[in-house]
Design a binder for this molecule. Sequence first.
Ligand code: MD3
Ligand code: FE
Length: 208
Amino acid sequence: AEAAPGAVHVPDWLDPERQREMLHACREWARPPAGLRTVRTPGGGTMTARQVCLGWHWYPYAYAPTVVDGDGTSVKPFPDWLGDLAGRAVSDALGADAVAQEPYDIALINFYDSDAGMGMHRDADEKSDAPVVSLSLGDTCVFRFGNPATRARPYTDVELRSGDLFVFGGPSRLAYHGVPRVHPGTAPPELGLTGRLNITLRVSGIRA
Ligand code: MD3
Ligand code: FE
């Protein structure tokens, strides 16, 4: 379903077995070195969702090949299978014509406790307008989708559940968005996850 131009929600895109595989991979990526970390913003704030990066390390507000605000090690590689998954996601949500020519090379994985969230922001640090692919695992959240020009209302609130795909392309690529709330205890019991994970797949547009 199209939530806004270029923003397409595909519920249940990952079946339960694929969700388990993805969760297992995320738990491996979360281990040190270059594992799960707490992100501190230049203004002195702390993000409540903790994060793991693959391919390029994101820190507010740029990308680097090493972990800038953590242990200084090289970021873990972005595996080919995630690039294949991104291509299938964009194709399923937006059509084959929307699949980027450049390879997907960044994954940002956010880990939410029941009291974590994410304020309204735009993702403007990539040097490519390729669609962003978002995959959700675990607890249901309220995802708030705004507009490109302002972080203020009007908003569209959408519930994202375990297994859901959301693709943000075209005019939605630079829209404000956030996660005002996670609903504790709503994860599928058989997944074995307390809290919520979100995996975003991106094209850096950085020429190595
Ligand atoms: C719209 N993540 O990683 S997913 C982020 O649930 C981020 O962890 C949230 O916002 C999360 O930057 C929201 C939906 C999402 C992800 C990336 C986007 C929406 C987006 C990039 C551009 C526009
Ligand atoms: Fe974002």
